[in-house]
Design a protein. Sequence first.
Length: 157
Amino acid sequence: MPTRKPFAVANWKMAMTIADSPAFIRQFTDRVGPSAEHVEVVLCPPYTALHPVAQVLAGSPVQLGGQNLFTAVGTAHTGEMSTKLLADVGCEWVMGGHWEVRRRMLETDRDVNEKLRAALQVGLRPILLVGEGTNGGVRTLWRSGSRLFSASSRPLR
């Protein structure tokens, strides 16, 4: 059975401007160097920085990802980011299931499942996030001593 590469993803949330992003990416890729050949490294900048980051990452083993996506079809969804737009800008990955999005937008397991499926339909590789916190009283990730437990297979069904 082939072994899978280790995986590292960085979600910038709302940090870094368009002007700051290219310099950071250059420093980051210089420091990561050949390690990125042995680890899948994905950077998920804010939407405003996706295009300039994609340009700097061109030819690099470091990959680009989107922070979230919107599953509805059509163009009349102000402020949202579709799978088509993410793929068009050069994303290979997209995250779904952020605990703060689930809490703020009342996103359900079904919503997260739709996001994962929508990503797969256009060839994006989904990253299912399981964060500390609660969603409607249901703990999605918890610690007991040094052990970490998860109850988040529901969005995969």
